[in-house]
Design a protein around this ligand. Structure first.
Ligand code: NAD
Length: 360
């Protein structure tokens, strides 16, 4: 059955990096029997330029009807003065909430060839491959009541509410356990159950859902310890599941272990496994249009799409192997080059396609 993929290039380097991921899709179609229909649509600043909205209605409709969304990047200085509702970022936020994407996957993968790029010792991080699953639509970022109020003594007090309902915990636990089943079957749930009642409930519900997954080894860790362990011995983890706030912080720590933002893919999934796949980085206006951007984070996002939304784990593996082979050949874009010699965006994409073709 043909897969429907919505392709949203967006702004800045978005179109350049998406072009390389599309080349990779074409290679899968030609040499691996992969069936896909691509539908292109505008988002972010490009959406605003086209129709006055960062998420045009037509774009949302195309995404709703697709099996997965491949997303480049949005934003640029020319849009900074627009009212908040019309800014490019709003397009992405609205798309995530319209598609109910509550499960945010942030892998931290460090190809051994790039181990020197990490701020940690190479032996601690070479070959690192962990997945952080962050709850994306609940918790303290959305909890009510919230605000800044004036107390009786005239002093101001800021307040937010950390709430999770059982169904929210249940669905993120299930999403993470499904992911663990596709990986090394180890899940660490991170909370602060020694202090927070909401974490007590989190732990109880995670354990309950875990009962349905006897093959997965489930452990629990307090967030303060988890943040230490991530920089002390990160390779101990396979999949980590955690709340919105803790995941926000821990996934950035984990990302830094890998040293290069141009290498990091991400995904956001709904309860049926439909997802939006995008590089972690932004639209990099400083290098847009120069052919310098590293397309590997976007190509690796495509691999995640094949694994988690399109049920093609073998093709996902092949892409990841091809990227490793290209790095073995010494190919580097400027952001990951140790010497002054580097290749451009399309040369890197061509090299991945050639390496992929060699695996067919
Ligand atoms: P950025 O990630 O775009 O860039 C940070 C630095 O990393 C820049 O020096 C850039 O050149 C470099 N960089 C990023 N991606 C790269 C790649 N693939 N290859 C080589 N170098 C790369 O972050 P920023 O500069 O803070 O933000 C720029 C714009 O992107 C802003 O408008 C911001 O709102 C937007 N943004 C969008 C997203 C998204 O689309 N999801 C995420 C973050 C920021």
């Amino acid at each position: 059955m043909s897969n429907k993929i919505a392709v949203l290039a967006g702004d800045g380097i978005g179109p350049e990096i998406i072009a390389e991921a599309v080349k990779t899709i074409h290679c899968l179609q030609q040499d691996f029997g992969f069936e896909a229909d691509l539908e292109y649509a505008a988002i972010g600043g490009a959406g605003y330029d086209q129709s006055g909205q960062p998420l045009p209605a037509e774009t949302l409709e195309i995404c709703e009807q697709s099996d997965a969304v491949l997303f480049g990047a949005i934003g640029g200085p020319q849009y900074d003065e627009l009212p908040r509702e019309l800014r490019p970022e709003k397009g992405l936020l609205n798309l995530r909430s319209s598609l109910s994407l509550f499960s945010n996957l942030r892998p931290a993968i460090l190809y051994p060839q790039l181990a020197d790029a990490s701020s940690l010792k190479a032996e601690l991080v070479a070959g690192l491959d962990i997945m952080i699953v962050r709850e994306l639509t609940g918790g303290i970022y959305f909890g009510q009541p919230r605000g800044i109020r004036e107390l009786e003594n005239g002093e101001r007090q800021g307040f937010n509410t950390l709430v999770y309902a059982e169904h929210e915990i249940e669905r993120i636990a299930r999403s993470a356990l499904d992911i663990a089943m596709l990986r090394n079957r180890r899940l660490c749930s991170v909370d602060k159950a020694n202090v927070l009642e909401v974490s007590e409930l989190w732990r109880e519900v995670v354990n309950r859902v875990a009962g349905e997954y006897p093959e997965v080894e489930v452990s629990h860790m307090y967030v303060d310890n988890a943040s230490m362990q991530l920089v002390r011995a990160p390779k101990q983890f396979d999949v980590i599941v955690t709340s919105n706030l803790f995941g926000d912080i821990l996934s950035d720590t984990a990302a830094m272990l890998t040293g290069s933002i141009g290498m990091l893919p991400s995904a956001s999934l709904d309860k049926n496994g439909k997802g939006l796949y995008e590089p972690v980085h932004g639209s990099a206006p400083d290098i847009a249009g120069k052919g310098l951007a590293n397309p590997l984070a976007t190509i690796l996002s495509l691999a995640l799409m094949l694994r988690y939304s399109l049920q093609q784990p073998d093709l996902a593996d092949q892409i990841e192997v091809a990227v490793g082979n290209v790095l073995d050949q010494g190919m580097r874009t400027a952001d990951i080059a140790e010497t002054s010699s580097s290749v451009g965006t399309s040369e890197m994409g061509d090299a991945v396609v050639a390496a992929l073709r060699a695996l067919a």
